[in-house]
Design a protein around this ligand. Sequence first.
Ligand SMILES: Nc1ncnc2c1ncn2[C@@H]1O[C@H](COP(=O)(O)OP(=O)(O)OP(=O)(O)O)[C@@H](O)[C@H]1O
Length: 552
Amino acid sequence: MLLRRCLIQRRLVSHVTTPIFYPNAKPHLGHLYSSLICDVFHRWKTLQGEENLFTTGTDEHGLKIQLASERNGFQNPKQFVDKLYDDFITLDKAFNVNFTRFIRTTDTDHINNVRKLWNLCDKNGFIYQGEHKGWYSISDETFYPESKVIEDPVNTGKYLNTETNNEVVYHSEKNHFFKLSHFNDQLIDYIESNPQFIYPEVKRVQILNELRNNRLQDLSISRPSFRLKWGIDVPGDPSQKMYVWFDALCNYLTSIGGIDAIMNNEPHTKLLHTRKEIQSPRDWWSNTTHVIGKDIIRFHTIYWPSFLMAAGLPLPRQVVVHSHWICNGMKMSKSLGNVVDPLLMKKHYGEDPMRWFLLENSQLEEDGDFQESKLFSLTEMFASKWGNLVNRCCGPKFNLQRAVQFYSDGRNPLLVNDDNLQAEVNNLVKKLSNIPISMDKKMNNFQTASALRDVWSIINDTNAFMQNAEPWTKGPAEQDAIIFLCMETSRILSILCQPIIPDLAAKLLDRIDVEKDNRTTDFSRIGADTTYGVGSNVKGRTVPIKRVTKRT
Ligand SMILES: Nc1ncnc2c1ncn2[C@@H]1O[C@H](COP(=O)(O)OP(=O)(O)OP(=O)(O)O)[C@@H](O)[C@H]1O
């Protein structure tokens, strides 16, 4: 029994991470999207009573930052990133992104950890010195194989890589190398025997094909310090700086207590920036989910597990790969400048409609096209379907408190004296009874769009039921049955949607006077809350969702 309890406790810890973003320009909708996927996952786990950590941050070293800082007239790149990283925090705060640590790769604990990772890989024989020749992209900070380089069709004499379409130049230099080729078959075995490791499946197949068809070559993991000044020194060789991805990926270990804590599974590991103390860092780490855009899949599913294997560290549980928000057929990106400013959208439509919109209108597998008209329609739906339902049931003609007390805790079957209406009641009861479990499954599998469509389906059915049932024409007993079911819909769905629309959900729950302690999933069952509705039908109370106008 004790063992079982321990096992259950051990399973219920997890960690979710966004990529750490380059603060070389202001963040945009794409960054917000990755952060929201993680925030909703984190909040969902918390709502289920699980312990979860959520890390996000900024990737502050590298040539791209060095050059951007020079271009912007800064004396040193640290001053430049100190200014820009704040924009990422501002964006998170504006959209209620509730991270537990915001890590910067210039943080001292991180720099120490990166050195440790390097030393472990070196000690285990996976780092050597050699001559590096190849096609290098400054923008991507990576070398590309000959097979991925083409002549630029627009600018003669220039070359592009076919993966990101950025310019590449031919380079030859002395570097430290990582024996990536050693891990080709080990990675195939790992990905085959841990099918959840790369998600969704289409991405797992893509990476397996890549590993089977293009065997890995060793990877240059340092750059000469005269070219790359802004980076972490290679231990024992200050003439070289570490490759920015070796540095950046290690943030995931730093934020969960560091390499030593994970290796030795040190109990009582104190986490920086949170008051949290974790008992078993290894369990947290092994239950880590990295959420990333498809542009950086290679770094997370090939390089990162190889570095970890080389260091003798366990691998995270999963890498979840999402698609891109596009604009005019191209990925929205800082470098291209074809971006939507989320703060501008928030100012007009509010943060929760934006949160819902981005998650409802995206699939992991397909690129999404941002259409402001759809965001506006969503705000209309919130006001006319959900807000209006609550307003009607909280009108002075009805008595929600009486209805709740009569129907509480499933003591009374919901009967409405009409076969057609009774069929609608039964359908709603069935859908409401199923949604906590079906939503849990979908939220854990990052199928948020589908979960939100289920929510709308119930809201629509409830509105239709309210319209057909005409409670304003009925006596008190039938009125109570109708009002109770309609407000159970709103109450249960508001509880379940707290991770997606924290502020709106709170307003909806406040409007029907649901106590703060009764907003957990334990109460997401018909009849589970027997105390709400007190004073909800008093005249003159505020409307929970207000309409917004179209932006011109
Ligand atoms: N258009 C987008 N759609 C979805 N996610 C995006 C988008 N752009 C960036 N991201 C998120 O940010 C990560 C990359 O961050 P980065 O700071 O490199 O963004 P970027 O705008 O592409 O920058 P740059 O143009 O400087 O390369 C992606 O892996 C993804 O998580």
